[in-house]
Ligand binder design. Structure first.
Ligand code: 5GP
Ligand code: ZN
Length: 113
């Protein structure tokens, strides 16, 4: 999508610190990290958010989670990390290109608030 921040990052039009890339996913450091590890993992396909995802996106969404597990392993944060999808404005979703947050490297509170 032309006018989407994360599509622009995927295309390299806006700089970001790339963490991982494969055929279907792209991962980069969050610009405003909320934990020592805060990586955003996004599908290369523009999907507005989880509630707009359809059945054919199921494998892709699983792929995002497995990419998070791989990064968690590489970062040595397997004692505790969290993957989060914010869905809709009341959850704090501010960028409307589906993205999985990977947060770790510190104690994480529950419930998250
Ligand atoms: P949301 O609140 O939509 O779940 O998450 C959006 C995330 O994108 C936020 O954590 C925010 O810090 C991050 N973000 C917003 N703009 C940029 C940017 O230009 N570059 C990077 N790397 N992250 C961004
Ligand atoms: Zn997009």
């Amino acid at each position: 999508m032309t006018d989407c921040l994360f599509c622009k990052i995927i295309r390299g039009e806006i700089p970001a610190k790339k963490v991982h890339e494969d055929e279907h996913t792209f991962a980069f450091e969050d610009i405003s990290p909320q934990a020592p590890t805060h990586v955003l993992i996004v599908p290369k396909k523009h999907i507005r958010g989880l509630k707009e995802a359809v059945q054919e996106d199921a494998e892709l969404i699983g792929h995002l989670q497995l990419a998070a597990a791989k990064i968690g392993r590489q970062r040595g944060i397997e004692e505790g990390y969290r993957t989060v999808l914010n869905v809709g404005p009341k959850s704090g979703q501010s960028v409307f290109h589906l993205h999985l947050h990977l947060l770790g490297g510190r104690d994480l509170l529950w419930p998250p608030g």
